[in-house]
Design a protein around this ligand. Structure first.
Ligand code: FE2
Length: 288
């Protein structure tokens, strides 16, 4: 009988989000999809939005198109209304997830459903393989009550959006990239381990407190993204708690790289320049 040795994932590099604005002037931190980290196949973009100031988010994201990939919105605080040109509409509340497969294209808006208070969350863009880029648009949308929690170790809580943690499987289905997306709360000193396929892309983004990866001497701090090297096991330890004494918080995200050519411009992500050109033409002609 042979047993495969678990290989721990180390921190390959630390990336700091770039303050920017998007939509009609929403202030956010772009972590993936900026010069320091243009992409992390299959992940094309990660934005963290988080502010108590209505003027930073109130203008929202008016009508804009997408083609060829998926957008994943995970709300931590605040309410956002989405509406598309195919008649889909809904409100994202705190703790909810919208996994939108743009496929061959749609035009939608994402607007705050509040005039004041805190707005906080993430938007992740995941690429689609060539064979699925022109698929029918679809939504996987789940309220907070549909996102299961796992308690994999003392002092650790994991909200499982996609993938499986300690036997608890999240509701999202995406066979192409086989994603794991987990919202972790880790008390200082508590430890968390997660197995992943060795060659999947993986990152940890800390949004409260500090977390140690494996035996790395340097902690991953608030608003830092750690790109994790290859390996079968992610080992984390909670360090400094957030200012209010609560556990450190992070999202752990992983997925199968597509290893395909990427031709992208703004909200269109295809494989070739000709397909990008076609996306522009289709959008201009109202074929989304
Ligand atoms: Fe969008």
């Amino acid at each position: 009988m042979s047993q495969l040795q678990a290989t721990p994932r180390a921190v390959q590099r630390i990336v700091h989000g770039l303050p920017t604005s998007d939509g009609a002037g929403v202030k956010l931190r772009r972590v993936i999809g900026q010069p320091q980290l243009p992409d992390l196949d299959p992940f094309l973009m990660l934005d963290e939005f988080g502010t108590d100031r209505a003027e930073d988010y109130i203008a929202g994201f008016p009508d804009h198109p997408h083609r060829g990939f998926e957008t994943v919105t995970y709300m931590l605080d605040g309410r956002m209304r989405h509406r598309d040109n195919h008649g889909n509409e809904g409100v994202l509340v705190p703790g909810s997830v919208q996994w939108m497969t743009a496929g061959r294209g749609l035009v939608h808006s994402e607007m705050p459903e509040q005039q004041e208070g805190r707005m906080r969350g993430f938007q992740l863009w995941l690429n689609l393989p060539a064979r699925e880029k022109m698929t029918e648009p679809k939504y996987q949308e789940f309220g907070p009550e549909r996102i299961p929690s796992a308690a994999p170790a003392p002092g650790v809580t994991a909200k499982v959006i996609a993938g499986t943690v300690a036997g608890v499987t999240g509701p999202i289905r995406q066979p192409a990239t086989d994603p794991t997306y987990v919202d972790l709360a880790i008390a200082p000193g508590a430890r968390f381990e997660q197995q992943l396929p060795a060659d999947y892309a993986a990152f940890l983004y800390v949004f409260e407190g500090e977390i140690q990866v494996g035996t790395e001497p340097q902690a991953v701090r608030t608003h830092e993204l750690a790109v994790l090297g290859e390996g079968t096991l992610v080992q984390l330890k909670g360090l400094k708690a957030a200012g209010n004494g609560s556990p450190a918080r992070a999202i752990l995200v992983a997925g199968r790289p597509l290893k395909e050519p990427v031709a992208k411009y703004g909200p269109f992500v295809m494989n070739t320049r000709a397909e990008l050109q076609r996306a522009f033409e289709d959008f201009q002609a109202g074929r989304f």
